[in-house]
Design a protein around this ligand. Structure first.
Ligand code: ZN
Ligand code: ZN
Length: 409
């Protein structure tokens, strides 16, 4: 396949498999000017697939940074109502939402943490309706990513400048199974495999998972009604979509107050255009009681202090160390990729779809069932070739789940 053919196949994949656009459906694309040539292809593909109207909301890394550098302090506490209204209208019309990410991992490096945190909080609170719709799969949504110059330079600093973008494109094509034949068919097969894993774990119905690795000794209790899910989701209208491309994980939620011990990250976390790394979190009855980072300590502390739910976990995800993204040995500095190369957890909001019957629960009902709610949902990577995980059954028997970073069954 030529580069142009792969590009076209990727655009088609985002539309047909990612958000799985339906006839007449509206599509909102959130992206940045760095992705324009690819985004134009996606828009064309969307109309070809029958989309009613495609709206592209563009940002620009330089302009985004200028806001954080130059705006008045009070602005960071506010969030534009029209952005909230734009998303709410899309949700009301049962439109689909596509993110095309290309962000420079160091976009907001050096910006006062208070500004970043205040804006993140203001946005998180203003967009509560949108967050609920996304977290409970009320609308079809998907995230893909394409290279930008700055991002490619971060990932391939050792390559000559003129080769970086191409190396990045090829790496991304591989992770989304483009270029090896019929990508749509390959995805069907891939998703079926992930679903098989989720079904196995649902049948086992573990009471607890016990993680052991250098820097990690953590016990996570799972609620009795937990559901292991794969990257394939369904709207209430029964439209399937893939929320993350790539996706290699199966995931569920923890019992909010059932996490104890400590866990260390194994890949850097890029949070709000800044890097947090070399960190260990200590848990007592679900709550993070200690957070220590070698890089980004202040931002990590702020992330955990976003709201009450930000100091509890909301996601438990399993990814074998030998997953294709991990085997590529590329550190992407982007959670969409790095989380799919590693076992991970998320701080903050849990997916109600991972708990029997909770999809339409109110926030209060979720909390009553020990399902964490928060304006935060931030995945961080903890997997390695040294990680063992044991599952504890309700009768007390122990079964290996992971050995040396790989599935034990
Ligand atoms: Zn995840
Ligand atoms: Zn997550």
């Amino acid at each position: 396949m030529t580069f142009e053919q792969k590009l076209a196949a990727f655009a088609e994949l985002a539309v047909k498999v990612g958000v799985n656009i339906q006839p007449g459906q509206h599509l909102l694309i959130n992206t940045s000017v760095e992705t324009l040539p690819f985004t134009r292809l996606v828009v064309q593909q969307a109309y070809k697939a029958g989309a009613g109207r495609v709206h592209v909301q563009l940002t620009d890394d330089v302009i985004s940074r200028a806001f954080y550098e130059g705006a008045a302090e009070a602005e960071f506490e506010k969030y534009p109502k029209w952005i909230v209204a734009q998303r709410d209208e899309l949700i009301e019309n049962k439109g689909a939402l596509l993110w095309i990410d290309a962000q420079d991992p160091d976009l907001l490096a050096g910006i006062p943490v208070e500004r970043i945190v205040a804006q993140q909080k203001a946005g998180g609170e203003a967009l509560h309706n949108y967050r609920q719709a996304v977290m409970s799969d009320q609308i079809a949504w998907s995230i893909v990513a394409v290279p930008s110059e700055k991002w490619a330079a971060k990932v391939f600093p050792h390559l000559p400048e003129e080769e970086r973008m191409n190396a990045m494109w090829e790496a991304i094509f591989k992770t989304v199974r483009v270029g090896e034949g019929d990508a749509v068919a390959l995805w069907r097969e891939h998703v079926a495999n992930l679903e098989k894993r989720a079904t196995q774990l649902n049948d086992k119905r573990f009471k607890k998972l016990h993680y052991k690795a250098p820097g990690t000794d953590l016990t996570i209790e799972l609620p009795k009604a937990h559901i292991w899910a794969s990257g394939s989701s369904k709207t209430p209208q029964q439209t399937t979509f893939i929320a993350n491309m790539p996706t290699e994980e199966v995931f569920t939620l923890p019992a909010k107050f059932g996490v104890n011990g400590y866990v260390s990250n194994t890949k850097p976390l890029v949070y709000q255009g800044n890097i947090i790394d070399g960190f260990t979190l200590t848990f007592e009855n679900g709550k993070i009681v200690k957070a220590e980072a070698k890089v980004g300590q202040q931002l990590l502390e702020q992330l955990i202090a976003n709201d009450e739910g930000s100091s509890y976990l909301g996601e438990v995800a399993l990814v074998p160390h030998a997953s294709p993204i991990s085997a590529s040995n590329i550190l992407y500095y982007n959670t969409l990729f790095d989380e799919n190369a590693s076992n991970h957890l998320a701080i903050g909001e849990a997916y109600p779809t991972c708990y029997e019957g909770a999809r339409d629960f109110t926030k209060e009902q979720r909390e009553e069932h020990g399902i964490n709610t928060s304006i935060t949902h931030e995945d961080f990577m903890i997997g390695s070739a040294d990680m063992d995980i044991d599952g504890e059954h309700y009768d007390g028997t122990i079964e290996p789940v992971f050995r040396k970073g790989e599935w034990a069954f």
